[in-house]
Design a protein around this ligand. Structure first.
Ligand code: AMP
Length: 342
């Protein structure tokens, strides 16, 4: 279920089930009404696929399956996840289902993207729940390899996407995006998907993968999907499970701040520092929230910008107790009323 917050038309377009082509590049976006997610896929909305969900655990078996699908000229979509699936993940699966005839969802808690003092060991896991949800969502394959299958002994090759990963989460989580890019590259090599679906919730991750695909000439189409939110606006995340009831309440400040910044933009404020300040002020009112970053940046390069001329993304990283949460909102300067896309 999602908050009735306003979002962009790109978002609307991305969730429309009859759309023929996936949403345009990050950054080429329109504005739209609220994200609504009233039907729970978890609760049992079945989609097209009627084949039983296949569980694959080894690279060898995965390749064998893919070879077979390729020989049948099937279009393959990949949805990489770390499991403990929620409706945000399932919208990616639904979009993959719509765009391809074979949907492979990976459930792999990737050690390479966790720092030494991060939550790798306690990261929430629920393989049987994930399996049930993926069955209902109409995925074809749940690929859940062991760590040793992805990182066998002697593993020593990594993918480093540089500039775009330096700031924000990259600054506070050194090595994180190197781990992400490496595992995604490996999944691309194993599964050879035609397209891969990622969430805009992890915005820096999405642009990092797009950059990697572009720089390394990978023939994979990257599709970004809008953030799915709880009723009160909190972006769905597996890490929300860590929050105590009080922290869960405090965490709602993040999206309230983002919306406030967008309202300020809509009222005519263009100055990035002012837009960031209004979010920070609200976050600072909550005891127990530690701000990591609040930044207005270019949606494609993620460079900080002094003012919003046309489009921007406002990125937020916050610690609620020990739990790191991230979120973002699209900012777009409205033209005159007549010409506005809203
Ligand atoms: P994770 O399991 O957290 O690594 O996420 C797997 C994929 O799901 C990534 O592409 C995320 O961006 C995406 N995702 C996570 N949370 C949400 C959400 N609330 N809405 C949409 N996509 C999401």
């Amino acid at each position: 279920m999602a908050a009735k917050a306003k979002t962009s038309a790109r978002r609307k377009a991305a969730t429309k089930s009859k759309k023929k082509t996936p949403r345009a590049k990050v950054g080429k976006k329109k504005k739209a009404p609220a994200q609504k997610r009233k039907t729970s896929r978890i609760a049992g909305k079945k989609t097209k696929s009627s084949a039983p969900l296949k569980i694959i655990r080894t690279v060898k078996d995965m390749r064998k399956y893919i070879r077979e699908m390729r020989s049948r000229r099937r279009r393959i979509a990949l949805v990489p996840t770390m499991g403990y699936l929620h409706e945000g993940h399932l919208t990616l699966v639904e979009e993959a289902r719509r765009l391809a005839s074979v949907v492979v969802v990976t459930v792999f808690v990737n050690p390479a993207q966790f720092g030494p003092n991060e939550d790798l060991d306690r990261y929430p896991r629920d393989p049987s729940g994930d399996r049930r949800k993926l069955k209902l969502a109409g995925a074809d394959v749940m690929f859940m390899p062991d760590t040793g299958e992805i990182y066998p002994e002697g593993f020593q090759t990594f993918v480093d996407v540089t500039d775009i990963t330096n700031d924000y989460c990259g600054a506070s989580r050194p090595g994180h995006f190197r781990g992400v890019a490496t595992v995604v590259m490996k999944l691309f090599n194993i599964i050879e998907p035609d397209l891969a679906v990622f969430g805009e919730k992890d915005y820096q991750q999405l642009v990092t993968i797009k950059q990697m695909v572009k720089d390394l000439n990978l023939g994979v189409q990257v599709v970004g999907m809008p953030t799915i939110r709880e009723e009160d606006g909190l972006a769905m995340s597996s890490r929300n499970a860590y929050l105590s009831p009080a922290q869960r309440q405090q965490a709602t400040t993040i999206f309230r701040g983002l919306r406030k910044a967008r309202r300020l933009l809509d009222s005519g404020e263009r100055d990035a520092a002012e837009l960031a300040a209004i979010v920070m002020d609200l976050l600072r009112e909550e005891q127990g929230l530690i701000i990591d970053y609040v930044s207005v940046c270019d949606p494609e390069t993620l460079e900080r910008i002094p003012e919003v001329e046309k489009q921007a993304v406002l990125l937020v990283g916050v610690k609620v107790g020990e739990t790191r949460l991230i979120d973002n909102i699209w900012l777009e300067v409205k033209r005159s009323r007549k010409r506005s896309r809203r």
